[in-house]
Ligand binder design. Structure first.
Ligand code: NAP
Length: 304
């Protein structure tokens, strides 16, 4: 029996575990893959306070993990939670091969990159289609690639890819980028990036590997084919909350609804980080959520 089980070992979950384990609560983190969450696939993080020089995402998260473990948090990796039940104030957290019990639970399962669902996207996954420039960028040395999206991820990853590739076509569905101004300025200054605006991808084409992408102008409907060896999709996030089914209240997009104490509608069940309904999704805001949840879980358990 644990005092608290935290589902997800990204910035929110690891921060909460630092607070709960430091408060001497028996804390277990169940992590689907490896600790660190999405940040581990980010080459350089430059807006997380405390690091005046950009820090590698994987390294940053290994510091979070070490700090949590120093206070006694237990971490089980490669453990995907399939459901949660509550009976007599005790939570039962199920994985394919086990059942864990806890007095409180924190859902910090984050979000994943969305897929577009156009022809060729699924077929060429791992053969030219990617959702992670840090993981796959080096395979495209001196090649030409397309990046889809106009948010912070798309622009950051397009800039990162220019370290390897000859050219990046940055394809965005509007004339204005959504990304931070500092990234827009860097893209403008980078000769390897050619923005293609007001176009949407229609299909990814090739025989065994990606050979081209077809795009369509949104107003004129004119289509053109661009020869590329890779296509990187960064069209936003969707929450990792399907496994919960109706256990907690969610909004129409699947984000968990919480109050200012990060409590869900189920007593003793908290949620934090990218999986909750909120406006700003940053490492710093996930960390803030984790701290808030950690403190409120401690109070909840004291009053139980
Ligand atoms: P995002 O901010 O939601 O941007 C998604 C982009 O994809 C938008 O430009 C959107 O176009 C476009 N898009 C969405 N659906 C599309 C479709 N069906 N077809 C074509 N284009 C489509 O997602 P994100 O860039 O992955 O970022 C997610 C969150 O993480 C954000 O809160 C972001 O600020 C944060 N983040 C922060 C940093 C940083 O601070 N360094 C880095 C990465 C991510 P529209 O603009 O027209 O909607």
């Amino acid at each position: 029996m644990y005092d608290v089980i935290i589902i997800g070992g990204g910035p929110a979950g690891l921060t909460a575990s630092i607070y709960t384990s430091r408060a001497k609560l028996k804390t277990l983190i169940l992590e689907k893959m490896i600790p660190g969450g999405q940040v581990t696939t980010t080459h350089l993080v430059e807006n997380y306070p405390g690091f005046p020089e950009p820090i590698n995402g994987f390294l940053l998260m290994s510091h979070f993990q070490k700090q949590a473990q120093n206070f006694g948090a237990e971490i089980v990796i490669s453990k995907e939670v399939t459901s949660i039940e509550k009976e007599d104030k005790i939570f039962k957290i199920k994985t394919p091969d086990n059942e864990y019990k806890a007095k409180a639970v924190l859902i910090a399962t984050g979000a994943k990159y969305k897929t577009l669902g156009i022809p060729g996207e699924e077929k060429f996954k791992g053969r030219g289609v990617s959702y992670c420039a840090t993981c796959d960028g080096a395979f495209f040395k001196d090649k030409e690639v397309a990046v889809i999206g106009g948010g912070n991820s798309a622009l950051e990853e397009a800039l990162f890819l220019t370290k390897f590739v000859k050219k990046v076509y940055l394809i965005h569905r509007r004339f204005q980028f959504r990304a931070d101004k500092i990234l827009q300025d860097r893209v403008k200054e980078n000769e390897k990036i050619e923005p293609i605006l007001n176009y949407v991808p229609v299909s990814v084409n090739g025989k065994d590997e990606v050979e081209s992408i077809t795009i369509e102008e949104r107003d004129t409907k004119e289509r053109k084919e661009i020869k590329v060896d890779g296509v990187f999709f960064f069209i936003g996030l969707s929450p990792n909350s399907e496994f919960l089914k109706d256990f907690v209240k969610k909004d129409e997009n699947g984000y968990i609804i919480v109050n200012e104490n990060l409590e869900t509608n189920v007593e003793g069940c908290f949620a934090a980080g990218d999986v909750i309904k909120k406006k700003v999704r940053q490492i710093a805001t996930a960390v803030g959520d984790g701290a808030t949840a950690g403190v409120n879980i401690r109070e909840y358990l004291e009053n139980l």
